[in-house]
Design a protein around this ligand. Sequence first.
Ligand SMILES: *Cc1c(COP(=O)(O)O)cnc(C)c1O
Length: 366
Amino acid sequence: MKVPQFIPYIGQEEYTAIEECFNTTWITEGPKADEFNKKLREFISVKYGVFAPNGTLALYLGLKALGIGPGDEVIVPDCTFIASANAVEMVGARPVFVDVNRKNFQIDVNDCYRVLSKKTKAIMPVHLYGMAANMTEVMNFAKKYSLFVIEDAAEALGVKYNGQYCGTFGEVGCFSFFADKTITTGEGGFVVTNNEEIYQKLLYLRNQGRIARGTFIHPEIGYNFRITDIQAAMGLVQLNKFEMIAKKKINIDKLYKYYLKSVEEVTFTTIEPGSDYIPFRVTVLCKNAHKLMEFMSSKGIQPRTFFYPLHKQPCYQYLNQNNDKYFPNAIYGYEHGICLPSFAALTEEQVKYVCDTIKEFYDIKR
Ligand SMILES: *Cc1c(COP(=O)(O)O)cnc(C)c1O
């Protein structure tokens, strides 16, 4: 049996929606994008939103709209996809890494005091693997030190923390619609804010320094961050499927917990109190994790490690933040963590096969 890490949940409905763009010949950002934008904002209860070509550029746009640039520092958790830090580097600022907690690998706010400096301008909590970071602590910390909060919610669309949607706590929240996110447009990103001034900046920045198209007078310097209506058409169908996809993913997590409950070598990460959980990936901590992953691969399963700690990334050695002693939990996560396949179309039979393979590795009688 083959169990890939991810397959996007797309089908005939998305295909038909895309065809409509060809029939109307409207393929650039237009009516479908307007509708998708409105529905997304309604969905997560936020006032303003603009699209970006992908999640990385959504973060870049958000940071830029906050005026963050050279000389500034932004606090980023050590365990995240590298795009979180790359967006900071891209605006010319310095990413400053902090450790994560050991129960669910979200940002550890207690470690933020260590790196706080006069240059610190913002904190970027990442809502990792489908649950929220501890936003009570993040918001208190940011308020105390007058920092902007830019949320990387790429893996947490539709996830609530104490009843409020991820991405709507800070000045800016960013989402991704890459193929392996909860809903996808192939590539795509979305930046949200409740602040009108930030929204205006986002509009100028993404549309060549003007508000409307069709004029060639540009009050500011901006760029092209548009998406296509082909992507938006797909996004509208995907958004309609959101509840179904979330339900399937939540059920997959339950199945893994059921089939692995007798395996003491495997423990599940725990859900942050107050947070919903729509598994981006089902994440477990395992004894001999890397050997286990090799074994799984030999049996046709595609596991993934947790994210490689940013402080250890070859490309970030120039930052001189590579002292392992400050990041015990991010290192622990990389050494022991496994992301199990958890895409919506995964069958119970496949989940059972993955669990049986894990049991076989630990030589447990099935
Ligand atoms: C996917 C992802 C991004 C970047 O999104 P892209 O659309 O791939 O550029 C950023 N941060 C996190 C945590 C992600 O998972």
